[in-house]
Structure formats: C-alpha cells, structure tokens
Design a protein around this ligand. Sequence first.
Ligand SMILES: Nc1ncnc2c1ncn2[C@@H]1O[C@H](COP(=O)(O)OP(=O)(O)OP(=O)(O)O)[C@@H](O)[C@H]1O
Length: 629
Amino acid sequence: MTSQNTTIVSQDRLPSHPGQALSSVLLRLASDKPNWLTPLIDQLCNAIVQGHSCLELTRLELIERLADGTRQPYGFPALPQLTSQLQSLNLVSDDPKETAPLMLDLTGQAPRLYLYRYWQFELMLIQQIKLSADKDLAVDSSQLLPWLQRLFPTFQAEDNDVDWQLIAALSALLHRFCVISGGPGTGKTTTVIKILALLVALSEQPLKIALAAPTGKAAGRLEESIRQAIVQLGDQNVLPSELIEKLPQKATTLHRLLGVREFSNEFRHGKDNPLQLDLLVVDEGSMVDLALMYRLISALPANCQLILLGDRNQLASVEAGSVLADICSLRPQNCFNRAWAEQLKTLGIELPDRAIADQPLPLSGNIVLLEKSWRFDEKSAIGQLANAVNHAQPERALQLLQSDQWPDIQWLNPETNSQLSLQLDQLLLKHYLPIIEAENAQQALTAFNDFRMLAALRNGNFGVTGLNKRLERLLIARGKIDAANVWYKGRPIIISQNDYALDLYNGDIGICWPEASSENIAEQFQPKMRVYFPLADGSLRQVSPARLPAHQTAWAMTVHKSQGSEFKQCLLVLPESLSPVVSRDLVYTAITRAKKSFQVLVSAKLFTQAIKQQQQRFSGLADKLSKRG
Ligand SMILES: Nc1ncnc2c1ncn2[C@@H]1O[C@H](COP(=O)(O)OP(=O)(O)OP(=O)(O)O)[C@@H](O)[C@H]1O
C-alpha cells in the first residue's frame, strides 16, 4: 500500500467524527482486537457517513483518527496480512452464507470491507438487476413500426446520425430494466412519454403505470414536465388524443409509492407485498441511495418493467451509494452487444460500428445515454459551461465566464472585483426584495422560485448559514424586516425532516406570510403568521409555524438540497478555500439547476481546483454487475 493509494474521506466533518458511535458499537462486539482494528473500523464508519457503500482496502488512509478528532500517521499491515487477519476475526465474515457485523468481500477487483447491511443491499440489488436485465420482451414488429414512424421523425430517415432517444425508447420497450441518463434538456421526459405511448398503444390490456421521484419537489417537477411534454406532442399531432387520455400524468414520491410506515425504516410494499404495477418510471435516479434502490427493486413484481431516468454526472444521493452513476460507469459512451445491434437491424435501425462492442458488455441494451441538449441553443452558454465543467476543462469554463458574449452567465470574481461585496448585496436585494414586497404569499412564492442562491457548504460566511444571515442583515438595515421577529413576512423556509401526518417532506419550501383574513382588530396590527406551501394544483396550504417539523431559513440552500429542482436564475457561491465537497459534480449540478441565467461567485483558482476534483463513491456495484453469472 502506498500513499498514492490513499483516498479522500472528507475532512470537513472533523473533529466531530460522525462515524464514532457506530464504530464504538462494532468494537464492543469484537472478541479479538488487533491494534489496527480501531482505525480500520473508524475509517469504514466514516466512509459510510461520507456516502461510500464500503471501504476499499487498497485505498486505506494511512492515518488514525484520535478520539479528540485529530489525526496521526498510521501504518496498517500489508494487504495480504490485513485480509487474512480480518478473516480470522469473529466480527468479520467472507462467506455470503454467514452473517457477521462486517463482511469482507474478496470477489471483486479490490478487497472491500462492508457493514453487513450495505453488503446485503448491494448483493441483492445486483441479483435483482441481473435477473430483470436478462429478461427481454417481445413486441410484434408489424404493430411497432407504424408507431415508431409516428413518434420518431428520425426513424428510417436518410441521415446517418443515430437518434439515441429512439434507441432509448426501444431499449425500454424491449427490456425489463432500462437506465436512460442525460443532462438537462436532453429529452428524457420527451422520450419517456413516447415510451409510455408505445407501451400503452401496443398493450392489449390496460397497464398499471407509476411515475415517481425521490423527493416531493422532484415528483412535482416530473409531473409538470410530463404534462408539458404531452401537450406539446399532442399539439404537434405526434400523440393521438385517444392515447393521451390513457397516459399517466400524476407522479408521486418513492416513499409514498412504497408506503411509508411511521417510525420505521421499512415500507408497506416489499418482496412479500409487491406493488401492483406493470411499469415504474423513476426520475432523478442519481438521488436514490443504495438502501432505497434495493427496497424499490425488491418491491416490484417479477414482470414489472423499471425505467430509471437521471443524470449520471450529478451529485450522488445524500445517503450511502451512487447506484445510477455506478450502473452508468459500465458504459462511458453508448455501446451495445452485437446481438442487440442485430435486433435493432431487424427494425431497420443501423448502429454505427463505434457503438457495437467487440467483447460482450454487461447490461447491453439496458443503458442508453442521451447527450444532445435540446434546451440550450448556440446563443446560450449555460449548456456549454456545464459541458466544460463536466469534461474537466477549467480553461474552457473560465473562458466562457470571462467572455462578454454570453448574457446568460456571469462571473463574480473576488480576485479582480474590489466592489464585489456591494455587487453581491445589490444582486441579492434585486432578487429578494420583490419577495418581501410582494402583495401576497402566492406572489412571494412565485418570485422566490425564480431565483435561488446556492452554496456548497452549510457553514461559514459563504455557506448557507452565513449567506442567510447576510441577507437578513441587509433586510434589517433597510427596515424591511424586524430584527426581533424570527417569523418575519417573506421568510422562506425549507423543511429538513419528513412529517407524514402534516404531509410535509424534506426539501419542501414554504414562505412565511401573515394569515390572509384576519377579522380580529388586534390581529390586524399584529397578524398571525403562517407558512404557506404550494400544492400541485397551484393553490396554497397554510401551516402554523409552531407545528412545522425541523426546518431552516432558505434564502440560500445547499446544492445538494437543490437537486431535483430548477430555477430561472441561480447564483452559486463557492467558499474561499477548497474542501472535498467543492467538486466538479457539485459545480455541474449547480449550473444545471439554472434555466435562463447562471452566476457564480468564485476565484479563478478555486473554480479550477473544484473542476479538477471529482467526488468518487466507492462501491462494488459496477465491479460485480460487470461479472457474468
Ligand atoms: N428529439 C427532439 N427534437 C426536438 N425537440 C426536442 C427533442 N427532444 C426534446 N426536445 C425538446 O427539448 C426540451 C427539453 O426536453 P425534455 O424536457 O424532454 O428534456 P429532459 O431531459 O427531460 O430535461 P430535464 O432533465 O431538464 O427535465 C423540450 O422543449 C422538448 O420538447
């Protein structure tokens, strides 16, 4: 083991040492305690907290964390000795038939140490994916071809470009398990509507279909995009009206779909009580963690089709795992087995040689990447900036930011701008004063949803808490809010804990506003404050602040929390110095939240460092999925 093999286990949580509680429990179970066991278990628990599914033993950090949070160099035994000594411990098993608190997995390319629960989730998820991926579906091509002609103008067109949306649709139609990954505006929703239309049109029975996403916000957005795409395709006469009536237009959260049980991690639906579905479409797949993905897949009946949509380049889920990215890592670009290429040929679709593999590929035909963005044209730089960041091209990204040519992106550079503080304050007031000065809660929420200030971190001057305070100070200085009143008019809040009884969920955003009709004369001078949340039909519901579950002020929010949402305008504020959190996928996720305009406050140095730094999540998923059998 060399220091080059060491991995980043984020330091930003030190010295609180978040995995320590679990670490202590595990150590208590060990009858034998070689002196390297404590630092090893410590690193495993920290890795889980950081979102890894396991600890890769070739990437052990050569450090020990002490109880006070400080770190000191540490030398572990060489890998062969370490694995054999681990095998002899009562705490560890390497036999899948045994149950032990820790599982040592020696079946992959690298030895991996797991907590039993994550090892089990990963193993069962792999089994389920392989089982569904192996089941191809049959379709009568004489019925299919007229529909392909109607839905895909490119079908049998003369030009040589492959329409990957068409390939994705066929992939979903002909396989039980399909992943479609693409950045914003690459046509995931459009393609899904066409898939739904094909399935509904070709099925003799009515199909039971569900559309779902990991958060309420993402489910709301999925529903909205599905409706818009249906209207658009209906207007273009691509979808006949009798078919439109049969398409699902409602989306739900994964938790609701699976049936949440209060005070329990388990769901009503699972292997023993599967969902009654023929097809499930899950959007924002990158946000689904390992445990939830396992629970979801095991709740599907054997013949149910699953389509996972998402952007493989976005930040991974908050909890451990990066299932979508792991699956997509099997396919850096679109490429398929010859058998699938032959099957497409029978439908008149010729894949280029570069998209046909010489060697058998795992999950061939189950993964399709959409790369062309239909949303951002050549006049827009947001798409180009996202691309440059995604391809780790900091010079190109800075060039775009520096150029005056692009009105939709702006760089607030602290190195060159002495007026930056003033400029930032003016920007915030420009976007946020209309909320405070709105005529009603509805108007305030609309104004709030147009612009969002995103931060990489929670703490610090340029973290969420610092930026929230900065804005509140500005508003107090202008006499717009009362310093003594936490529940001031216009305060946006974000829910950080699900409350099933109140129907409020992590990520829901509301705005504090005086109760609309107050008859009481005293209340007219000091009206009752309420928090107003938008409902799917556009109306608002109000909740008393005292009843709210855990929440925070939301003038600024973390990029993590913004996943699954889009805003007309976004301002990304990055901290003054680099931390493991400030990485390429975070910057990419922030840029792709913006529809019309993106601004970023960052120095050239930090921006370059961030783009070069990629967060990697360790798991055995891709490694084991790529194995036969
Ligand atoms: N093949 C296509 N030809 C022309 N326009 C298209 C095509 N595919 C998608 N579009 C248009 O591009 C826009 C974005 O498409 P869509 O909403 O399906 O993308 P998306 O990947 O779901 O985006 P997001 O991830 O942001 O939700 C829509 O206006 C859609 O009509």
